[in-house]
Ligand binder design. Structure first.
Ligand code: ZN
Length: 199
């Protein structure tokens, strides 16, 4: 076992598997991954950038219009229960992501370190405008009441965590308790067509 073939054969499971089997067109046939990060054992999959006209602002952050209402509802519900759910980052353009990676390379950060924490440009769920990082973006989030609330409630609003422990084991990407994406609408799942490779 091992290698990319066995990795890809196990790359669509659970909820997403169920969605994909009824909507095979949602799944990119070969989970197109970024080759430079794969060369250091880390798998990031391609996502398209949202059209500018589909982006709207929620609490000052650009998101895809499909996620705006459910996101606002979820934040309001959390706050009504004393949970201060705050957006740290949402839509990021391919250009912006390219700048992040470029700066890290110029700083002499190793490829393994770079791609453990960051997606290559063109390979981030944030390009779709459907992925949200909640505040604070660090390992303490996992132990917060906010994270506990999300694990118990986010699915009611159509959100799932991407970089879970099991996902991290498969892809080599860092666990990210703060990174959630909206899959509560068929069109959102279509825009996140490569999510099946992650979860
Ligand atoms: Zn994120």
């Amino acid at each position: 076992m091992g290698g990319i073939a066995s990795f890809l054969s196990g790359c669509t499971t659970s909820l997403v598997q169920a969605q994909l089997s009824s909507n095979p067109q949602l799944h990119s046939p070969n989970c197109e991954y970024h080759t430079e990060s794969a060369s250091v054992g880390i798998y990031h999959f391609r996502f398209s950038e949202a059209n500018k006209k589909d982006l709207v602002k929620v609490y000052g952050h650009k998101v895809h219009k499909l996620v705006a209402e459910p996101l606002k509802k979820m934040i309001r519900a959390a706050r009504s229960q004393g949970i201060d759910l705050k957006i740290a980052s949402a839509f990021r353009s391919i250009n912006h992501q390219e700048g992040i990676i470029k700066r890290k390379k110029e700083d002499g950060t190793s490829l393994k370190q770079i791609y453990f924490f960051s997606a290559p440009s063109g390979f981030s769920e944030h390009h779709t405008g459907l992925a949200i990082d909640f505040y604070p973006v660090n390992s303490k989030f996992e132990y917060s009441a906010t994270y506990r609330w999300l694990t118990q409630n986010a699915d009611k609003y159509g959100f799932v965590q991407t970089f879970t422990e099991s996902n991290a084991n498969k892809t080599g990407v860092s666990v990210e308790s703060w990174h959630w994406k909206y899959i509560g609408h068929p069109q959102a799942r279509e825009l996140l067509m490569n999510m099946g490779c992650y979860t």
